[in-house]
Design a protein around this ligand. Structure first.
Ligand code: SAM
Ligand code: SF4
Length: 470
């Protein structure tokens, strides 16, 4: 989870941009002081951003956000169910909420566990009175009003909406980097994955609406935009403009005030040359692609229904490596998928050597409800999954160590994002999304972009010194 900078709606309301300020002023008829809410988030960037939007919806309707469960009238928990451990953690945290619960306090479950478990949550955690999946967040104020009016339990579990969740106000947690969901849900049908079930079908947001929000964000001082989607590059503009994803990257990067555009997660099947060409042409599009491979074995990829082979994936890697800019590449990998042989696993290891990833999130396969792989035979024992995971992580660590050491002496632009407790120590990210910890004799300002020379490297980060320009 990223740092919390706690810049709230007040910052937006204080905007110098008149149309923004008026667009987000609560309507006069809106009842004020509706009470307080506490919102906790668990899971991916999309969940974090959904929480920013949920907070915006509630703030605009007169609720106040508080930082502790005990101070809140409404406690909301935005959840993740991608792996079994994540879902278990949700129920243990709900148990803690029960222990802290005050009289009349509303406890609500949002997100993937809400969508997956539905009303069963009321049986397993009877102290919960609201269960709401991501496609129904815009109805939260009405759902809370129903509870305040005396209803005991409310649910919002539709996934058949063809709308995306856009809000007038988003309570953004970072004052320089803004997340922006351009496509919600997922139409791929990877056999291990709960997302199509928990987040519903793909819905893309109109390109004009995306651009209008980017302009507002730039006017509000944001310089980095992160375009989000489970398969962000499957973006399909629903407006007559029919803007392609690669065009969208370019126009977003060209908005005055925007210095960096990131995008995640890309699906290999829809990753075309046009995206690489856009990255080559426009420096503001960050030189980083997250392209999950999941396995290096075509046999396992077929069983996962990933819709590409090992060779087709490696062609995409070759295309990225041939680009005129040096593009960093990261991935996701699952080990121990049902039926994964030692030979399949060796193929994944050899793919790591070929792809030379700059980072990899690796997971043990976790059987999930409502997924086709749940019924597959030849489950891999837990101990064997752990063994494979440890081997894979060690191999990838060595690749990252060697690759980062090659960067010694090079200079990068870094966005200053944090100050260490140590004197003169700062941290930030390069355009290639590498973490850079650096020393500077200057009093740096958070959110600024500075040049840094790499003086040391570890597998997961770079160490550097600020380069002072004449
Ligand atoms: N949409 C992205 C894609 O297709 O690459 C990934 C979304 S998912 C939230 C993030 C990662 O979780 C996946 O790339 C996959 O590696 C992992 N994951 C998903 N389901 C899993 C499961 N059942 N067991 C283990 N890992 C899983
Ligand atoms: Fe899940 Fe596959 Fe969709 Fe990614 S592309 S969210 S892994 S179904």
């Amino acid at each position: 989870m990223g740092n919390s900078f706690d810049v709230g709606v007040e910052r937006l309301l204080g905007s110098t941009v008149p149309q923004l300020a008026s667009a987000i002023q609560p309507q006069p008829a809106t009842p004020r002081d509706r009470g307080t809410f506490y919102l906790e988030t668990f899971g991916c960037q999309m969940n974090e951003h959904d929480s920013e939007k949920v907070a915006g919806v509630l703030l605009a309707r007169g609720y106040k956000q508080v930082e502790s469960v005990s101070a809140a009238n409404v406690v909301l928990y935005n959840t993740c169910s991608i792996r079994e451990k994540a879902a278990q953690k949700v129920f243990s945290r709900l148990g803690e909420f029960r222990f802290l619960q005050n009289d009349n306090q509303i406890i609500g479950v949002l997100g993937c566990v809400a969508q997956q478990e539905g009303e069963k949550i009321f049986t397993r955690a009877p102290w919960v009175s609201l269960v709401c999946g991501s496609a129904s967040y815009r109805n939260l104020p009405q759902m809370l009003a129903q509870l305040e009016a005396g209803e005991k339990r409310v649910t919002g579990l539709d996934t058949d909406t063809d709308e995306t969740f856009e809000t007038e106000v988003t309570r953004r947690d970072n004052p320089w980097r803004a997340y922006l969901t351009i496509i919600e849900g997922c139409d791929k049908a990877c056999s291990y994955c709960v997302v199509p079930h928990t987040r519903g079908p793909e819905r893309s947001r109109g390109s004009a609406s995306i651009l209008a929000e980017v302009r507002r964000l730039a006017d509000g001082g944001y310089s980095e935009i992160q375009l989000l989607g489970q398969t962000v590059n499957s973006y399909a503009d629903p407006t007559p403009r029919r803007m392609r994803f690669s065009e969208l990257l370019v126009v977003v990067a060209e908005v005055p005030g925007i210095r960096r555009v990131r995008f995640t997660t890309s699906h290999p099947r829809d990753f075309g040359k046009d995206i690489v060409e856009a990255m080559e042409a426009v420096p503001g599009i960050c030189e980083h692609v997250h392209l999950p491979v999941q396995s290096g074995s075509t046999r396992v990829l077929n069983a996962m229904a990933r819709t590409y082979t090992r060779d087709q994936y490696l062609e995409k890697v070759a295309m990225l490596r041939a680009a005129t800019r040096e593009i960093s590449l990261t991935t996701d990998i699952i080990v121990g998928f049902p039926g994964e042989t030692e030979n399949d696993f060796e193929e994944t290891l050899s793919l790591l050597d070929l792809a030379q990833y700059d980072g990899a999130f690796s997971f043990k396969y976790s059987p999930r409800p409502n997924t086709p792989s749940l019924k597959m035979e030849d489950a891999i024992p837990e101990g064997e999954k752990s063994r494979r995971l440890a081997i894979l992580m060690e191999r990838q660590r060595e690749i990252q160590r060697a690759n980062n050491e090659k960067l010694l002496g090079r200079e990068y632009e870094v966005m200053v994002e944090g100050k260490s407790k140590k004197e003169r120590q700062w941290s930030g990210h390069t355009s290639s999304n590498k973490v850079m910890n650096f020393t500077s004799s200057e009093q740096e300002s958070l959110g600024d972009y500075v040049r840094v020379r790499v003086t040391a490297a570890t597998p997961n980060s770079l160490v550097g010194e600020r380069v002072l320009q004449p």
